[in-house]
Design a protein around this ligand. Structure first.
Ligand SMILES: Cc1ncc(COP(=O)(O)O)c(C=O)c1O
Length: 407
């Protein structure tokens, strides 16, 4: 893999300031942020070629753009792998949440119910979307540091009337990094006569999705996560038949996936102004995804990144929030050191000075912070990130210590 030049060790040594000013803005007429490595759930560090693909003006009604849209959709569908031939890709303007809301409003008919299996902030968000859309939401809440338990899902589904015809789950809960078991969940959903909607925002392109399981009806993802494109475009891979059946029932104009798809198929055009540069960058990112060996190749790199990160931070005495057996190789959550000198803001800025951007935790009851292992980063970059985190802790006066035992 060729990393973007700004990630090369020569220019990012792991020490010294990364930017000459706090914002990195070079001058009044020239917005030029300092290069930083984003170890976050997205936006992510992208390749120079992917960013360069977004530097062209493109006409949205121009035939080449229609061809580019079709090619991107074909590539996204193919990434689903076995079973993908019964799916169709519907691109949608906006961030991932827009695509999740479009999925709920398109597939779950007004007046019917949605079961949400939640073990994190993004599961809670799906429930909030369902409620905001006026659907009846039956919320099953699991522990945030454990995968959703299929046995509990079975009994929850058995208790609900058939009017709760759809079930939603998040594949990788990015708020913690926990991986949910999609295959047994898809099977249980199907056996109960329902359809499964999956938020695969932070897993699509790296983790396997069981498209061959008939229960799986729609998969929602976005350009700026494991595909390593720029943010701003969501997409939904939907079973063609289910999407046709949902035609005319969406209670939103802009978020109607069935209409978006029908219009695209009929005209080759998007219904409303598409994010042309984001799509062009995604086309380049998909070429790089394929060159890396597709989903399997990408997962191998993320897995290696994840191992360097987990071992490195354990060596610094930082305790992970999740047990290793349910940790996805996407993003890790850590408890801060149990030390009076700890201060997240100071830590964040010390790490940032060394060229790496981390993410605050998303847990409401305990303080944590998160470190992503996705994007154009490899194990060498992760080792430098671990070194930067160690230096930042020492500068803060939080010495390395043996990690406390899990509860
Ligand atoms: C699992 C999951 N769902 C939904 C979202 C929301 O996406 P966005 O912030 O792009 O709207 C995210 C964002 O990180 C996510 O990780």
């Amino acid at each position: 893999m060729t990393l973007a030049p700004h990630l090369s060790p020569a220019r990012r040594t792991g020490s010294g300031p990364a930017t000459s000013s706090a914002s990195g803005v070079a001058g009044a007429n020239d917005f030029r942020p300092a290069p930083l490595i984003l170890l976050t759930p997205g936006p992510l560090t992208t390749s120079e070629r992917t960013r360069a693909a977004a530097t062209f003006d493109l006409g949205s009604w121009d035939a080449p753009f229609a061809a580019l849209t079709a090619e991107v959709c074909d590539r996204l569908t193919a990434i689903l792998g076995q079973g993908s031939d019964s799916f169709v890709c519907v691109p949608l303007q906006g961030s991932g949440t827009f695509a999740v809301e479009a999925t709920v409003r398109t597939f779950v008919p007004v007046g019917s119910g949605l079961v949400v299996l939640s073990n994190g902030a993004y599961g809670e968000r799906v429930a909030a979307i369902g409620r905001a859309a006026g659907r009846s939401v039956a919320l099953y809440r699991g522990a945030w540091d454990r995968p959703i338990d299929p046995a509990a899902v079975r009994s929850r589904l058995a208790d609900l009337p058939p009017s709760y015809g759809h079930v939603a789950v998040v594949h990788c809960e990015t708020s913690t990094g926990v991986l949910n078991p999609l295959e047994p969940i898809a099977d249980l959903v199907e056996q109960s006569g329902r359809s499964l909607l999956v938020d695969a925002m932070s897993s699509f392109g790296a983790l396997d999705l069981p498209a061959w399981r008939p229960g799986l009806t729609a998969v929602v993802a976005a350009s700026g996560k494991c595909l390593e494109g720029l943010p701003g475009l969501g997409f939904v891979l939907a079973r063609r038949q289910a999407l046709a059946d949902a035609s005319g029932q969406c209670d939103s104009l802009a978020l109607d996936l069935a209409d978006q798809q029908a219009y695209l198929e009929r005209t080759g055009q998007w219904r409303f102004t598409p994010p042309v540069q984001v799509l062009a960058a995604l086309a380049q990112a998909l070429i790089e995804h394929a060159a890396e060996g597709g989903r399997v190749g990408r997962l191998a790199r993320y897995q290696a990144n994840s191992e360097v990160l987990a071992a490195g931070l354990a060596g610094l005495g930082l305790r992970p929030y999740l047990p290793a057996d349910c940790q996805a190789p996407i993003i890790h959550t850590f408890y801060p050191p149990d030390h009076p000198a700890w201060d997240f803001d100071r830590f964040y800025h010390q790490v940032r000075r060394r060229g790496f951007v981390l993410y605050p935790g998303k847990l409401t009851e305990v303080e944590t912070f998160r470190v992503g292992c996705i994007g154009q980063v490899d194990p060498a970059v992760m080792r430098r990130a671990v070194a930067a985190i160690g230096e930042a802790l020492r500068e803060l006066g939080c010495p390395a210590s043996a990690p406390p035992e899990r509860d």
